[in-house]
Design a protein around this ligand. Structure first.
Ligand code: DSN
Length: 421
């Protein structure tokens, strides 16, 4: 009998519709330049763990204290994931069970805040790079908890820590939240810590976007400063879809209780096994090279887009992502995203700080380099990508230009095969 059961040939035979969609997705990934800042390519080893029989196991509870029998092997992988997360980030405690970033963030609310009370969270507003789960009125965070928003500075488009401090003194938040989805610069975690200490707040960092860069030493780590750090495992960290919470030992019980039983039921043990695999990969020298390459590539992409006439929000990037204002090209974010889609470049429309346009057709695009860096692309390739994007966006209705751009994308991606073999 084989040790591993996931079987592509059987799937193709028993469910050709699903198998064909899966194969088409792989073909799409192979023929598209992936510039969505939050996406990446998990390794075949991570994907193998996801397709394992650990999917079949119920394991409510934590290793060594489960509500079901037969957990001895999922205990092994969950303990490995916990120990690797703690070692990789120098954290006192890790909970590897959150199904996704939103659930990890909900657990922070569950651990530290009373719903529908005066408990206040100070967080970056969504329109300046925050996240839906950081207090948006259409998300449970904003429905159940009181949020006060800070903004980036209008001139620099970067955080102004004096203003954050002023707001903290005025509103005395219980939790201060740093860590964003569309903020390209380094975050001053030490300054956030000082402000949190001054007003007696918990410092929470949502590191979902840049945690892989921290693992590889290419971006400052929030772990020494924050009470609690949440992050997704599939973005720059390049693992399975899911999330992890790191915290100081003093908060461990509250966080564990908030994940299970407060917010979740059975943990996804196949995903936790895949998290363990990804965390081990992130300890390798190759991963540090990837992290450094990601930032180098993003800087080159920002420079290239600026040369093409786009305005780079905040003037550059220190991370894996670039926010670019399309205003100078006279095209909106919605059309830009769709033109790029047509030529085989996957990116997303995005609001820019103080955006006069609506969220469904904002003034900007967000691009990122974790995917290209995983494939080995460097600055030269990102300059080429910027040149292609610039050409297409200057001529959004010209089919000849779009055909030429599509061919240039095809030539570029062909040199960096996705899951070769
Ligand atoms: N959807 C993620 C992103 O693209 O940033 C955040 O959850």
């Amino acid at each position: 009998m084989k040790d591993y059961v996931a079987d592509w040939e059987t799937l193709k035979r028993t469910d050709p519709e699903v198998a064909e969609a899966m194969a088409a997705e792989l073909r799409r990934e192979r023929s598209t330049l992936r510039l969505i800042a939050s996406e990446n390519y998990a390794s075949p080893a991570v994907l193998a763990a996801l397709g394992s029989t650990m999917n079949n196991k119920y394991a409510e509870g934590y290793p060594g204290r489960r509500y079901y029998g037969g957990c001895e092997f999922v205990d092994v992988t969950e303990r490995l994931a916990v120990e690797r997360a703690k070692a990789l980030f120098g954290a006192e405690h890790a909970n590897v069970q959150p199904h996704a970033g939103a659930q990890a963030n909900m657990a922070v609310f569950g651990a530290f805040l009373e719903p529908r009370s005066d408990d206040t969270v100070l967080a970056l507003v969504l329109a300046h790079g925050g996240h839906l789960t950081h207090g948006s009125p259409v998300n449970v965070s904003g429905m159940w908890f009181r949020f006060v928003g800070y903004e980036v500075d209008r001139d620099t488009e970067q955080l102004d820590m004096d203003r954050v401090a002023d707001l903290a003194r005025t509103h005395r938040p219980k939790v201060i939240l740093a860590g964003f989805t569309a903020y390209p610069r380094v975050i001053d975690f030490a300054a956030f810590r000082r402000i949190a200490d001054e007003v007696g707040a918990i410092l929470w960092v949502d590191a979902s976007h840049f945690i892989g860069l921290c693992a590889g030493g290419a971006y400052p780590s929030p772990v020494p400063y924050a009470d609690v750090v949440t992050f997704t495992t599939h973005k720059t960290l390049r693992g399975p879809r899911g999330a992890i919470i790191l915290c100081r030992e003093e908060h461990a019980k509250a966080i564990d209780r908030a994940v299970f039983p407060m917010m979740q039921g059975g943990p996804l043990e196949h995903v936790i096994a895949a998290k363990a695999v990804a965390l081990k990969e992130a300890m390798s020298p190759e991963f540090s090279e990837y992290a450094a390459r990601t930032v180098r590539a993003a800087r080159a992409l920002a420079e290239g887009l600026a040369e093409e006439g786009l305005r780079i929000v905040s003037g550059g990037t220190d991370s894996h992502l670039v926010l670019a204002d399309l205003g100078p090209l006279g095209i909106g974010g919605k059309q830009a995203e769709s033109v790029c889609d047509e030529i085989g470049v996957a990116l997303n429309k995005n609001g820019i700080p103080f955006d006069p346009k609506p969220p469904m057709d904002p003034s900007g695009i967000r691009v990122g380099t974790p995917g290209p860096a995983t494939l080995g692309m460097e600055e030269a390739e990102m300059k080429e990508a910027a040149s292609i994007i610039g050409e297409a966006l200057r001529h959004p209705s010209d089919e000849t230009v779009k055909r030429r751009c599509r061919a240039r994308v095809a030539e570029l991606v062909a040199r960096f095969p996705v899951y070769p073999g």
